[in-house]
Design a protein around this ligand. Structure first.
Ligand SMILES: [Zn+2]
Length: 481
């Protein structure tokens, strides 16, 4: 019997705002422990939470970008549970009537097929604090509490169980990260916990309608771990069922060091949390006018941009995908291609030289010294045959180092490509005279020597010869006698 996995993901994204969701405390990652707090986020008696408007805007933007219906009227709820890093004893979240519902995102599977993953909902909630144990400064059998994170604004993005493999889960999560980064609402950093992912996983015989018992998998703190952990859990369930066992509904923890999952606790049911409407917050209203304002403020989204790059600039799919992966790169390419003569040439250089330099220098585009107009100027010199690609790479390095323009460097160093056949003929005559043996071999039918002779001619012109003209001139010269 063959099994298929059924996977749904719950993704928490920490919103990139300066203050918490219901108070004015800061949200800086790595701030000194227990100092970014106030009576409100600690839930002291008598305090009242006030909703941060920007947090609502960010959540709505994500809802719009993922084709959700934005609720005009939504409500906050208390999720009650006890945990040492939750001093209030409850978390303010949304349960019934969330802010966004019924959306979807699209992913490209490895075989190029476009697949739609449904989104059940996106809701707002506050984060809990952090229990610290696995650090050097914490002794064994001791747990320290850091409540800085209490009240940090999150959106939770809940997918439909539409995902059918660990790889699809990875692609879906990558798409979500791309979206939150395009929207500028979350930095998407899994290692620092600003993007967190839990997976609900079950298996069923292929062709069956009914869902199997699911487990919830937590603690996957990198993209690579998400794929590995889900793969592991799918195989664990299949082996268990095939050997006559039964999957138990429980929460599992991914243990990255040992590459396996461990049972953590039996899974709570929704009623264990005793949800009820938050009495300290009025219902949230997002009217049509506000929603439309936010819709207009959305940037061009990655999928639309990818398709436009293919259509407008005639780029191959591969190029369009690499270039739209990050918004800053896409913006840079777009600006350069609009100014330059040859969009494919711009694409090659951005994917090649520009990305290489960013990686080598470990900088992002904001710190990259060559502006789109300056790169377009350089590439136009290649497009109109003023300089060769080889010389252009030297000029590029010089531009990085000195900040001078391509034209200035080319003029200063006399790098203009030699396309004048008269000059090249003279250089070819000298080169032929200097290499009688090789010329002899070529004329006796050793074709491969031609490459060497072209190389010598390029060298004689210090790389400035137009390769096409140099080839033609040399062919003619070698035939003549
Ligand atoms: Zn506070």
């Amino acid at each position: 019997m063959k099994y298929e996995p059924v996977i749904g993901l719950e993704v928490h994204a920490q919103l990139l705002v300066d203050s918490k969701i219901f108070c004015r405390c800061g949200t800086v990652f790595g701030a000194p422990q227990n100092l970014q707090v106030c009576p409100i986020c600690l839930g002291m008696p008598g305090v009242l939470p006030v909703l941060n408007r920007k947090v609502v805007e960010f959540a709505v933007k994500m809802g719009l970008a993922t084709n959700c219906r934005i609720a005009e009227h939504s409500i906050f709820a208390r999720k009650n549970y006890f945990y040492p890093d939750l001093p209030k004893g409850y978390q303010i979240s949304q349960y019934e009537e969330p802010l966004c519902e019924n959306g979807w995102v699209e992913i490209y599977l490895d075989n190029g097929v476009l697949k739609r993953i449904g989104l059940t909902r996106i809701h707002l909630e506050e984060d809990a604090g952090k229990s610290v144990h696995a650090e050097e400064y914490v002794s064994e059998n001791e747990t320290l509490i850091d409540v800085n994170r209490c009240g940090t604004p999150l959106i939770e993005i809940v997918s439909e169980p539409d995902i059918r493999s660990a790889r699809e889960a990875y692609l879906y999560l990558t798409r979500l990260r791309q979206l939150v980064r395009y929207l500028g609402i979350c930095d998407g950093n899994m290692e620092e916990g600003s993007l967190r992912c839990d997976a609900n996983i079950s298996i069923r015989p292929v062709g069956a309608e009914k869902l199997g018992t699911k487990t919830e998998l937590k603690n996957m703190n990198s993209f690579r771990n998400v794929e590995k952990a889900i793969e592991f859990e799918i195989n664990r369930q299949i082996q268990l069922v095939e050997s006559g066992g039964q999957v138990v509904q429980q929460t599992m923890l991914w243990d990255a060091n040992n590459g396996k999952v461990l049972p953590m606790r039996s899974k709570e049911q929704a009623h264990d949390y005793r949800y009820f409407p938050e009495p300290d917050l009025a219902p949230l209203r997002v009217d049509e006018k506000w929603r439309e304002e936010m819709q207009r403020a959305l940037p061009e989204l990655p999928m639309a941009r990818r398709n436009r790059f293919i259509e407008q600039y005639g780029l191959p799919k591969y190029d369009a995908e690499v270039l739209t992966d990050e918004k800053a790169i896409a913006d840079y390419f777009d600006a350069t291609a609009k100014l330059g003569k040859d969009a494919k040439l711009v694409s090659n250089w951005v994917m090649g030289e520009v990305l290489r330099v960013l990686k080598e220098k470990k900088i992002d585009l904001a710190a990259f010294p060559i502006a789109p107009a300056a790169l377009a100027e350089l590439l136009d010199l290649i497009a109109d045959n003023t300089i060769s690609t080889k010389i252009a790479k030297e000029v590029f390095e010089e531009m990085l180092a000195s900040g001078k323009s391509a034209k200035a460097i080319v003029a200063e160093k006399g790098l203009v490509q030699v396309s004048d056949s008269g000059i090249l003929e003279k250089a070819a005559d000298e080169m032929i005279a200097a290499n009688p043996k090789e010329v002899e071999r070529y004329r006796n039918g050793e074709e491969k020597v031609f490459g060497f002779l072209v190389g010598q001619l390029m060298k004689a012109t210090r790389g400035k010869a137009n390769p096409k003209v140099a080839n033609e001139v040399l062919k003619k010269k070698l035939q003549k006698e």
